[in-house]
Design a protein around this ligand. Structure first.
Ligand code: 5GP
Length: 191
């Protein structure tokens, strides 16, 4: 694939903003997009599958990837838990003639934007409000109150960076947010 066609779509948002639902909509409806599977040291949750949702790896394996310069970016997103975008993942997707969709945190998104410039389209998914975010996280019910509070604090912090991205989509009504995101991506890919 020619260098200028190696594009990436970055979706970033506080957890609970609906980023996963929007990502699933995009992947189901746009076959030219493919999910960039991050590596993480956190344990799988619920029905998550290794190699599909994440590459679930040990801290030692993650450290080895860092040493080998395998990551385009990596972050300790939560206390003690690492997440990273593997260069090999992007190359795998580009080799298929597709565009990778990255679901990553705000810091990772900014790091990739800096490296890839115009090759990247970064979209920040904004929750309607902190109250709605709280409800969504509570309904998810997969974590302890402490962990939930940790995510909420991080959400407020992340929202303060929202104006650093190419576009902001407010997820008030999921269907509308999905269509808005898809339109932005189509505009970017056809450029
Ligand atoms: P979760 O544990 O809920 O799956 O993800 C926690 C956060 O880590 C989310 O904001 C998600 O977007 C982010 N994340 C997932 N993969 C990566 C990655 O490769 N790099 C960075 N920087 N963040 C990631």
């Amino acid at each position: 694939m020619p260098e200028q066609e190696k594009k990436v779509i970055i979706l970033t948002a506080p957890s609970g903003a609906g980023k996963t639902s929007i990502t699933q909509f995009l992947l189901a409806n746009y076959p030219q997009l493919a999910f960039s599977v991050s590596a993480t040291t956190r344990a799988p949750r619920g029905a998550e599958q290794d190699g599909i949702d994440y590459h679930f790896i040990s801290a030692a394996a993650f450290e080895a990837h860092i040493q080998q310069d395998d990551f385009l970016e990596y972050e300790m997103v939560y206390e003690g838990l690492y997440y990273g975008t593997l260069k090999s993942e992007l190359n795998r997707i580009w080799a298929q003639g597709k565009t990778p969709v990255l679901d990553i945190d705000v810091k990772g998104a900014i790091a990739i934007q800096k490296q890839l410039g115009n090759q990247a389209l970064s979209i920040f998914i904004l929750p309607p409000s902190i109250e709605v975010l709280k409800e969504r996280l509570a309904n998810r019910n997969t974590e302890s109150p402490e962990k939930m509070q940790m995510r909420l604090d991080k959400a407020e912090y992340e929202i303060s960076f929202s104006n650093q991205f190419n576009a902001i989509v407010k997820n008030e009504i999921l269907d509308t947010a999905c269509k808005e995101t898809a339109a932005l991506i189509q505009g970017f890919i056809s450029k």
